[in-house]
Design a protein around this ligand. Structure first.
Ligand code: BYC
Length: 473
């Protein structure tokens, strides 16, 4: 059956797919497996419904996407590389700084580049698997549509990485592409590569937290890979960032709408007990922040990493907005201050910048996370309510790096393991919190109506009304 599909039509692309028979054949044999995976592990049900989706159709800044009703299995998962002036473009960091960027993979960097692309690629289908059952409890049609939008775009990001593997890594790349469809989020026998992508996304509060905190790791990792000397990777990641922005917007506005609803209920009923009125209380929301922020921080790897130092020196993965950093971009003698943990004490220490690339990126990430938290706090303040959401200390609840062995409170106080566990129920969502949030998760499908725990968004998608039928039932 697949032989009858015109893949050049099916896969919108700016990589001249039509002219590359070998690549086309590889994608043709992968496509039916992808579709099987999408049907079995992508959004549960609703595959035959028309969803008002955005589809990437070019890399033109003004009109890169098309909006319209699509059945998800018919979504046109395209392959796009951002524009590049290949003749002029130079490597911006590491040992090859100043040389021309590479259009092919240098033999000596095949292993690490493949590993980076596979790690990035693995997160994309993982997140779709994590969010598989959420549509059944969508708080509105617009939210359901946003979920599906995120899902199809994460799947497009999988295509983007599969394209790189197949176009540049031969048989190894084709095998990796198969394995990307075989690992499963949360499966102890064949888990996804990175920790956070094996956690569940059981409810919509988790979904918004995930799209705020974990997709933002995506932003920073993609931005670092967008600096790569391997130009096809750089350009692919640059274009992926365009879509990623909407995912974080879904997260930030989703959490903001939950906060808004909690504040509205507190003011209307003059009570802190918003649960009685079917809203999510701010202390519970804070616990979810503590969980998702800490789990996402782990995605940046260890504070000191020779892997990251090698990636940088080799020109494979740079820093966030490398060109704006004022140093020599080779980091042979540069220091960087990081937070460490030894003898049960948290302290600041100056270390070689080259070894602390992961930590620097995590620092950039934390600053960015704080900006949205400030906007959430402004909503609370504007409602006249005395409550502040805070990001927990970076040492809180970590599994990777120095702090994996530390027992630290959200305020940054070290303690015994016993004390930590005693307090953990007030810091992280408890079974009861999960149960309560779960009890609110009831599907709302009437256009323009919203579940009790979330305020409507201020604007619709692509200038459509809030009560537009974003998913046609
Ligand atoms: N979980 O030297 P280190 C996204 C391993 S999200 C499990 O610090 P490195 C998205 C590590 O592999 C962005 N294992 O590692 C968001 C290493 O293993 P080996 C995804 C972990 O390499 C939402 C060992 O520990 N993209 O796009 O410097 C929805 C020592 O660590 C973890 C990328 O991550 C972990 N969290 O840094 C959809 C970019 N962390 O060598 C999508 C590509 C570390 O001992 N990946 N380990 O066997 C990378 O750049 C790097 O692999 C990492 C790790 C930054 C992740």
């Amino acid at each position: 059956m697949s032989a009858q599909i015109d893949y050049n039509q099916l896969i919108p692309n700016n990589v001249n797919l039509a002219s590359d028979r070998r690549l086309l054949r590889a994608l043709e044999s992968w496509h039916p497996k992808f579709i099987n995976w999408w049907k079995d592990y992508g959004p549960d049900a609703y595959q035959e419904k028309e969803v008002y989706l955005r589809t990437a159709v070019s890399v033109d800044k003004k009109g890169w996407a098309h909006f319209g009703p699509v059945k998800m299995p018919d979504y046109r998962w395209g392959i796009f590389l951002a524009d590049s002036n290949i003749e002029e473009k130079r490597i911006g960091f590491g040992d090859h700084k100043g040389e021309k960027v590479w259009t092919d993979v240098p033999g000596e960097y095949r292993g690490p580049l493949r590993r980076l692309i596979v790690t990035q690629g693995d997160t994309e289908p993982a997140s779709v698997e994590q969010q598989r059952v959420l549509a059944a409890t969508a708080p509105s049609l617009i939210d359901m549509r946003n979920l599906f939008q995120v899902n199809v775009e994460e799947a497009r990001h999988l295509w983007a990485m599969v394209y790189l593997l197949m176009a540049h890594f031969g048989r190894d790349g084709r095998e990796e592409a198969e394995q990307l469809l075989e690992r499963r989020s949360g499966d102890p026998d064949k888990p996804r590569i990175l920790g956070a992508f094996n956690e569940q996304t059981p409810d919509w509060l988790s979904f918004y937290m995930f799209t705020y905190f974990t997709d933002r790791d995506g932003k920073y990792q993609l931005a670092s890979l967008a600096e790569s000397a391997f130009d096809p990777l750089a350009r692919t990641c640059q274009f992926m960032l365009t879509e990623e922005a909407h995912h974080m917007y879904v997260g930030e506005t989703g959490v903001a709408r939950i906060i808004q609803k909690a504040c509205d209920v507190m003011n209307e009923y003059k009570t802190d007990d918003v649960r009685r009125h079917g809203a999510i209380d701010l202390p519970t929301l804070q616990k979810y922040v503590n969980f998702h922020f800490s789990v996402s921080e782990d995605l940046f790897g260890a504070e000191l990493s020779t892997n990251a130092a090698n990636y940088f020196t080799q020109g494979l993965k740079g820093r966030y907005q490398e060109q704006f950093i004022k140093d020599d971009h080779s980091l042979k003698d540069e220091p960087y201050e990081i937070t460490t943990f030894a003898n049960n004490m948290i302290k600041k220490e100056e270390v070689p910048a080259l070894n602390s690339i992961n930590e620097r990126l995590r620092d950039d990430y934390i600053k960015d996370c704080q900006r949205g938290v400030n906007r959430w706090n402004k909503l609370i303040k504007d409602a006249g309510i005395d409550f502040e959401i805070t990001l927990p200390h970076r040492a809180f609840h970590r599994q990777i790096g120095f702090f994996a062995k530390a027992n630290v409170s959200p305020e940054g106080v070290t303690m015994t393991e016993e004390d930590w566990f005693k307090n953990s129920l007030s810091w992280l969502p408890s079974e009861q919190d999960h149960e309560y949030v779960k009890s609110l998760m009831i599907q709302v499908t009437e256009p323009g109506k919203f579940a009790s725990w979330i305020a409507p968004p201020r604007i619709g998608i692509n200038n459509q009304a809030i009560d537009f039928e974003y998913v046609r039932f």
